[in-house]
Design a protein around this ligand. Structure first.
Ligand code: PEP
Ligand code: MN
Length: 355
């Protein structure tokens, strides 16, 4: 997954953000065509529409299925857009590929199931189609990477991921918590893998699409995957998180795209400052560890237990309060100290193990 990836689709500009937009579900031929025409008029090049819809409970609208394939083919013919749909089973893959759907994505519920992903991967083998893998519903980076690897191992070269947020027990304004640290870590490990953000499914409300899209751009994501519908309030699924093609265009126009490649004198100076501070931090940590080992020797001589819970709690509370006074976050400081303390304890335990 680490070599330079081929472009997703020929002729689609690589300038950020690459936009994939369209309704959550294909509902009727008229709704698909009208949504697509309006999006094409706003400059969108890749049209999404779900034909097979994974619904939480039975009885809801589960998608029009293969009946919608002909509608996507009309979109291709009449607007020149590329078309994309979700594939959750080998039968979906086969039907979509036979109809020349240009791009497939794997949904969040499917990505969470390695058996399902493997079956899809097997169905994709021998085909050259771009595939985007949504994050699994649970905040499990390894499971996400595993799904991408299964598709990659089937020979799919045009691979990317879609960050659509994670199920969380925390109450929050989001439908699916963004937990940005997870896609950021994915980026760090696979810098060549394109990452798209799905602010519709993260936010669950159309008002959150603009701020989430801006955040994704500020974090260097490659593109956006947004639900847009001719008449969002009439949508048969996910109506609260869809926008009209015109509103989508407005959101895109207002995005501020900061380019990462520009480094100014000023930035270099600031980076040099950070490097110096990091030098001092590492030296201080080394000094602290050496004192901690001395304490360990003392504890050993006096047959004292390594973990002094009360002292640890006091230290955490005092430094967390100090951090807040200095304008830092309490939880951040507690986390840093927990790591340092863990290493101190490890080193003191090692002294006990010796001889
Ligand atoms: C979708 O994109 O419409 C969809 C079903 O998304 P997710 O798999 O992220 O829930
Ligand atoms: Mn949806």
């Amino acid at each position: 997954m680490n070599d330079t990836p081929p472009t997703l689709l020929p002729g689609v500009e690589s300038r950020r953000p690459l936009v994939i937009a369209g309704p959550c579900s294909a509902e009727t031929e008229e709704q698909v065509l009208a949504s697509a025409r309006q999006l094409a008029a706003e400059g969108v090049r890749i049209f999404r529409a779900g034909l097979w819809k994974p619904r939480t409970k039975p009885g809801g609208f589960e998608g029009v299925g293969t009946a919608g394939i002909a509608w996507l083919q009309r979109v291709k013919r009449e607007t020149g857009m590329y078309v994309a749909t979700e594939a959750a089973t080998p039968a979906h893959v086969e039907a979509a590929l036979a109809a020349e759907v240009d791009l497939l994505w794997i949904g969040a519920r499917t990505a969470a199931n390695p058996f399902a992903v493997q079956e899809i991967a097997d169905a994709l083998r021998g085909h050259d189609v771009p595939v985007l893998v949504k994050n699994p519903v649970s905040p499990d980076l390894e499971l996400w990477i595993g799904a991408v690897e299964r598709i990659g191992n089937a020979g799919i070269r045009r691979l990317g991921v879609i960050h659509r947020g994670f199920t969380s027990i925390d109450r929050s304004i989001y439908r699916n918590h963004p937990m940005w640290a997870i896609p950021i870590e994915l980026r760090r490990r696979y810098p060549q893998l394109p990452v798209y953000c799905d602010p519709s499914h993260i936010g669950g409300k159309r008002e959150l699409i603009a701020p989430l899209s801006q955040q994704a751009m500020d974090l260097g994501f490659d593109g956006l995957f947004i639900e847009a519908h001719r008449a969002p309030d009439e949508a048969w699924s996910d109506k609260a998180q869809q926008v009209t093609p015109r509103a989508l265009a407005e959101i895109l126009r207002n995005l501020v795209i900061r380019e990462t490649s520009v480094t100014t004198e000023n930035l270099n100076e600031l980076r040099a400052k950070i490097d110096k501070l990091d030098d001092r931090l590492v030296e201080l940590l080394a000094d602290r560890m050496s004192v901690s080992r001395e304490i360990g020797r003392y504890k050993k001589e006096h047959a004292m237990p390594v973990l002094q819970a009360q002292r640890y709690e006091e230290l955490l509370a005092r430094r967390a309060a100090q951090a807040v006074e200095l304008g830092m976050d309490r939880e951040f400081m507690r986390t840093v100290l927990q790591f340092i303390h863990e290493e101190s304890i490890r080193q003191q335990m090692q002294l006990l193990e010796k001889e």
